[in-house]
Design a protein around this ligand. Structure first.
Ligand SMILES: [Zn+2]
Length: 390
């Protein structure tokens, strides 16, 4: 192919301009010269014609190259052309399937992988390439939704993905309850593995205030919670012992290795203002979407805790923190009040409060995995105690 660069002219240039405009790297209407943001070097009153490779187009192409991790040279060569082509694809534009000879590559594949990942399916890396793992994730999704598991992302699969996405972002709890993982799990708590992550540990005490230490309080809470979960027929495992404080990524890796069904990370908060108080729950998510199960679980836990204690409700929030991002199961981080606040510190310091939080988390876990009609009777299932629990 012929390389295109500043100064070139022709219909190929007009096409690049149209693509970069479509992708948002150029304003939809041509700018007039002299606006803020123009290159300070040289006059910017160039007459703009779509088929001329002008300075605006050069800057836009460089911005695009930077956003894609390409070498930023302002030259349209094979790599940049391919990246532009990939970026044009929106999910739904074309049928996606596993092709042995010419794998589908593009932003639509990346969007598909991201959605499946957010719903708990194993897509491997979100690399924008439709490979065998993406195909098997599509099959899993289709099976879960009662579609024919042909591994092809066509109109029906897309419709189901979009329908679920609305429920994910809409946050209606009764619809979220249908979330794929729950359907896959069935109606039994047998074998549900809960990974517990007491915040901090070892040399890292976390927040220390009002005579209390976050690390020690959370270790106590994790032990109580673990006992209650096991009493109720679930499996429970601690991510780490009191003597060590793994990194967020390491904690996530351990939960993944345990093949836990959910992860609960336990923290208290601190603030320079002693008025800051309350309980909040965090799940994986950002503006592009969130973990349906994570959000659902965060809401359940938050509701149970607030209704069982007199803690202020600081609500649930999506975050992209490493622990939440790297875990393959729904993960929730709880910030159980401010040790820097007198009210919250008094609560956290009492064993009654920590016992109440353990009950609240247990209730929320059961509600997450059991359908509504089986919600009420708790503690009726029995599995052997898990060996090797710390
Ligand atoms: Zn903490």
């Amino acid at each position: 192919m012929k390389l295109l660069r500043l100064g070139d002219q022709g219909s190929a240039v007009a096409e690049v301009r149209a693509t970069l405009t479509y992708l948002g790297f150029l304003p939809a209407t041509p700018r007039q010269g002299g606006e803020p943001g123009d290159s300070p070097a040289g006059p910017s009153a160039e007459e703009q014609t779509p088929d001329r490779f002008d300075r605006d187009l050069d800057l836009a192409l460089r911005a695009f190259q930077q956003s894609r991790g390409l070498s930023v040279d302002g030259i349209l060569g094979p790599d940049t052309a391919r990246a532009l082509e990939e970026a044009r694809h929106n999910l739904g534009d074309r049928l996606l399937y596993l092709s042995a000879t010419h794998p589908f590559v593009g932003d639509d594949v990346a969007a598909l992988q991201e959605r499946l990942f957010n719903m708990g399916f194993d897509v491997g890396r979100t690399d924008g390439i439709f490979g065998p793992r993406t195909e098997s994730a599509v099959r899993d999704f289709q099976r879960n939704r009662g579609l024919e598991p042909d591994g092809r992302c066509g109109p029906r699969t897309l419709r189901e993905l979009k329908r679920l996405r609305r429920t994910v972002t809409g946050g209606r709890p009764d619809v979220l309850r249908e979330s794929v993982r729950i359907l896959a799990r069935g109606t039994s708590l047998l074998g549900v593995v809960v990974a517990l992550d007491p915040g901090h540990g070892g040399d890292d005490p976390g927040i220390v205030s009002n005579g209390l230490c976050e690390r020690d309080l959370m270790a106590d809470l994790a032990a109580r919670l673990s006992d209650r979960l096991i009493d109720s027929g679930l499996e429970s495992q601690l991510i780490h012992g009191p003597e060590e404080s793994p990194t967020e990524a390491e904690r996530a890796a351990r939960a993944n290795a345990m093949e836990a069904d959910i992860l609960i990370s336990l923290h208290a908060d601190g603030s320079s203002s002693q008025h800051a108080q309350g309980v909040s729950a965090y799940y994986y998510g950002n503006a592009r979407g969130s973990s349906a199960m994570g959000e659902r679980f965060a809401q359940l836990v938050q509701r149970e805790i607030v209704s069982r204690t007199d803690m202020q409700d600081c609500r649930t929030h999506p975050k992209v923190w490493d622990l939440l991002r790297r875990t393959r199961m729904p993960a929730v981080r709880l910030d159980l009040g401010y040790l820097t606040n007198h009210h919250d510190a008094r609560a956290l310091g009492s064993t009654e409060f920590r016992a109440a939080v353990a009950e609240a988390v247990l209730a929320a876990t059961q509600r997450l995995f059991l359908p509504p009609e089986m919600d009420a009777p708790t503690g009726q299932l029995h599995v052997p105690r898990v060996a090797g629990r710390t």
